[in-house]
Design a protein around this ligand. Structure first.
Ligand code: ADP
Ligand code: MG
Length: 298
């Protein structure tokens, strides 16, 4: 392709909300034959909502959520936003009080968060996080988790003062066009894979809904990048599509990193292409544009 063609291609992309950071990114995209999709916020709406709560000890839901939201309000994670939003439900009309202060907040990407609220240690996240914080998970909590997963929901564990106190079930439905995008990519000879930090059960339900055969669950952020490199070693030209901080290493490792526009700044910076409209369809737009610009047929 001539420099003019590349400029035109980049320009056309921009008018369609596909921000291509330079000619090299546009060029590499035409050879992509494998796409690794993040799940949360990429294949799914990324606007998860709390659908149910089960407490394992006597406590008011509003008091429970006050503590959990105080810890999560510092997190950028979509699951955290769902919890913070849900807490508002428990506030009275006149009662516009702020959340209690959280000290020593730590976000552990791929696991959850912890903080000290009202002198209590609050840990919110997945099973691995509880286990590595030395918090034991009662059988009842395990059952509640399994129930949530079977319904394609994510079960979040909450520990208060080192005791497992509640299980929050959060639902994050698949984006409406996702299944069609995957099927079109297949017809374009592009293989789709899903990677997620979420658990096996939820991942399996979502992958099935999206029509994706290959998925990897319970991945750490480094493992997403490792998966990309593994596919490259197998000879694939790999694009990664993601929205989160936890996707940035994989976005950098991929031949073409594509960030969802509504994603975090770190992902957007790490990517070669930004899908400004946050549409999955624009993954196809980007590849199409590149194929048209770099095809040898003039
Ligand atoms: P994904 O790859 O699907 O975007 P992440 O790697 O960000 O997921 O997170 C993996 C899992 O870690 C989540 O499914 C959740 O169980 C837990 N987790 C991560 N961040 C948080 C948080 N802020 N609050 C609660 N749980 C979290
Ligand atoms: Mg994500």
């Amino acid at each position: 392709a001539t420099p003019t063609a590349v400029m035109v291609g980049t320009g056309v992309g921009a008018t369609q909300g596909v921000l291509i950071k330079g000619g090299q990114a546009l060029e590499r995209a035409h050879e992509v034959n494998c796409i690794v999709f993040d799940k949360t916020g990429t294949l799914t709406e990324g606007k998860p909502v709390v659908v149910s709560t089960r407490l394992l000890r006597q406590m008011l839901l509003r008091d429970f959520y006050k503590l959990v939201a105080a810890a999560e309000v510092n997190s950028e994670h979509p699951l955290a936003k769902a919890i913070v939003e849900y807490e508002k439900k428990f506030r009275g009309e006149e009662e516009n009080q702020v959340l209690p202060e959280a000290r020593d907040f730590v976000a552990i990407p791929g696991y959850g968060v912890k903080a000290t609220v009202r002198n209590m240690d609050i840990v919110v996240g997945n099973k691995s996080l509880m286990l590595n914080q030395g918090i034991s998970i009662p059988a009842e909590a395990e059952e509640l988790l399994a129930e949530a997963e079977a319904m394609a929901q994510t079960g979040i564990l909450v520990s208060i003062g080192s005791e497992l106190t509640g299980v929050v079930a959060i639902s994050d439905p698949l984006k409406p066009g996702a299944r069609e995008v995957i099927s079109i990519l297949t017809s374009m000879n592009v293989k789709s894979i899903m990677v997620t930090g979420d658990n096996q059960g939820t991942a399996s339900s979502i992958a099935k809904e999206a029509g994706i055969e290959t998925f990897i669950a319970e991945t750490r952020p480094e493992q997403k990048a490792e998966k990309v490199k593994e596919l490259q070693a197998q000879g694939y030209i790999v694009a990664m599509v993601g929205d989160g901080i936890n996707d940035s290493p994989a976005l950098v490792a991929a031949d073409v990193g594509m960030a969802i526009g509504a994603g975090t700044d770190i992902a957007i910076e790490a990517a070669d292409i930004v899908l400004m409209r946050s549409n999955l369809e624009d993954v196809i737009t980007a590849i199409d544009l590149s194929r048209k610009t770099f095809s040898r047929i003039r």
